[in-house]
Design a protein around this ligand. Structure first.
Ligand SMILES: [Zn+2]
Length: 488
């Protein structure tokens, strides 16, 4: 038997193994050191570094910081010297830390700092744990390439020689930031995981899918369009354009938007607003440059095509068929909800990501990086600082005429915001669960007042499923936001 080193009997630093280890592990170690096997508590806390272009937009403090808690993140810790696995596990969904015991041997003096290797997997489980579970019910996994996705590769990063420092309470702790500089995977995993967590924890169980689904996050162009980010919710994948300078992988609002489509599909169910469009949305309303030029400047987005990216009739304030606008706006709203406090008095922000056409003028207020908040923007026809989210006018086509039964994504996003969050419409506020349930019920396949690509009567279709408790509130929002103008 080895002699006992005096330091190793410090009870503030060590606890007896017998009280902590599983019987199988204890049996092995007891055979080696029957009276003196010891364990030291370690805590590993993970943070995503989120050096995003739009990081400071929004009023939810956690998501304007440079480091965000890496909730539910899969991690492996090994001994830096021997390579022995110390723990495989996940950080919690609350403090984003993983606590584990390291078993020592008698005579093994514990220095003030212990070095470990930490392998972080781009694999999170967030949201409210299912009954009997300890990790979040919704899983997201990140892949750099399509090939990694197809091979179902466990993509990870190894961080070596992480120092676990001795704390006053005798435990050891390390805080590790994942990613340095502009790290697209860290930004994307943080943004996706946060959006999933925030929405999932805000919903009651009845509004969630029955089984924990998996969302794959692939840092490549959309599988059907270069330079686009997109979602294919039925197969549980989103693609984020990997441009660290200006691309989707450096913008939290793009991740939030694409996750929003996935949430719409899965949480809203097959009758959610994705499906309520009756199949693929038609983004072609007045999509040619000539047609766009004929629209009021507040309702057009004449950006013809920038390296194939974008679509004139699919932008925040492009005049669109209602069924396209309502679908895209729901995704916008999920990002807005995720990066802002749901408070009627706080100043919410949304930072848009599509850039304007080669022409800087184009009549329009540029879609470039609009902050939808007070004191942020002046335009040629709105020559004062303007809050698009908070205003009752100024960004809808209805009040400027030439609406033709259409609307903009901004109109619908603002409608969701005012309906769910704002005080001014009066009456009882719906919860997020109420909103999801209502969206699930929107008629989509019928003729008449339904929301699909042939009828396109989405305001009437939504209104038809609003319960009496919320109806006056919704109708007030519809009128204020200029939605109450379905096709005749
Ligand atoms: Zn979209």
């Amino acid at each position: 038997m080895r002699k006992l080193h005096p330091l190793s009997v410090n009870r503030t630093r060590y606890q007896r193994l017998s009280a902590l280890a599983s019987p199988a592990v204890a049996a092995v170690l007891v055979a080696v050191a029957p009276r003196l096997a010891l364990a030291a508590q370690h805590a590993l806390c993970l943070r995503w570094r989120v050096d995003a272009i739009d990081r400071t937009a929004g009023n939810l403090t956690e998501t304007t910081a440079l480091q965000w808690p890496a909730r539910g993140t899969r991690v492996q810790v090994t001994d830096s010297t021997s390579g022995a696995i110390l723990i495989n596990g996940r950080t919690t969904t609350t403090d984003a830390c993983l606590t584990f015991q390291v078993f020592g041997l008698p005579g093994d003096p514990t220095p003030p700092t212990k070095f470990r290797n930490v392998r972080v997997y781009y694999d999170t489980r967030v949201g409210t744990p299912s009954a009997g579970q300890t990790t979040g019910r919704v899983q997201a996994r990140g892949f750099f390439t399509q090939t990694e996705d197809l091979n179902d590769t466990d993509v990870s990063v190894l961080i070596q020689n992480v120092g676990f420092a001795l704390q006053n309470d005798g435990t050891y702790k390390a805080t590790v930031d994942v990613g340095s500089g502009v790290a697209p995977m860290s930004i994307s995993m943080a943004s996706v995981s946060h959006t999933l967590h925030r929405v999932d924890t805000a919903l009651t169980a009845s509004a969630k899918p029955p089984a924990p689904p998996l969302l794959k996050v692939i840092l490549q162009d959309c599988n059907y369009q270069n330079n686009w980010s997109c979602t294919n919710p039925s197969i549980g994948k989103i693609w984020l354009t990997p441009d660290a300078t200006n691309g989707s992988t450096s913008r939290k609002f793009v991740s939030g938007h694409e996750v929003g489509h996935w949430l719409d599909y899965h949480w809203g169910g097959v009758s959610g607003t994705s499906a309520s469009t009756g199949g693929s949305p038609d983004y072609s309303f007045s999509a040619t440059a000539t047609e766009q030029a004929a629209l009021r400047e507040t309702c057009r987005f004449t950006w013809a095509s920038n390296n194939g990216q974008g679509n004139q009739a699919h932008a925040m304030r492009s005049q669109e068929y209602q069924h396209a606008a309502v679908r895209e706006a729901f995704a916008h709203f999920m990002a807005l909800f995720s990066f802002n406090e749901a408070s009627a008095t706080s100043n919410a922000q949304f930072r848009y990501y599509k850039t304007e056409a080669a022409s800087a003028k184009d009549g329009s207020y540029p879609a470039t990086d609009i902050y939808f908040a007070a004191t942020t923007y002046t335009s040629s026809f709105l020559p004062i600082p303007f809050s698009f989210l908070d205003s009752t006018s100024g960004c809808d086509c209805t009040t400027l005429g030439n609406c033709d039964g259409t609307s903009t994504e901004m109109q619908w996003m603002r409608a969701y915001w005012w309906y769910l969050i704002r005080d001014e419409p009066g009456g009882t506020k719906p919860t997020l669960t109420d909103l999801f349930v209502q969206m699930q019920a929107v008629p989509k396949s019928a003729t008449g007042v339904s929301c699909n690509s042939s009828t396109d009567k989405c305001y009437g279709a939504v209104t038809s499923v609003i319960p009496a408790t919320f109806l006056a509130r919704w109708q007030s929002v519809g009128a204020t936001m200029g939605l109450a103008t379905d096709n005749p």
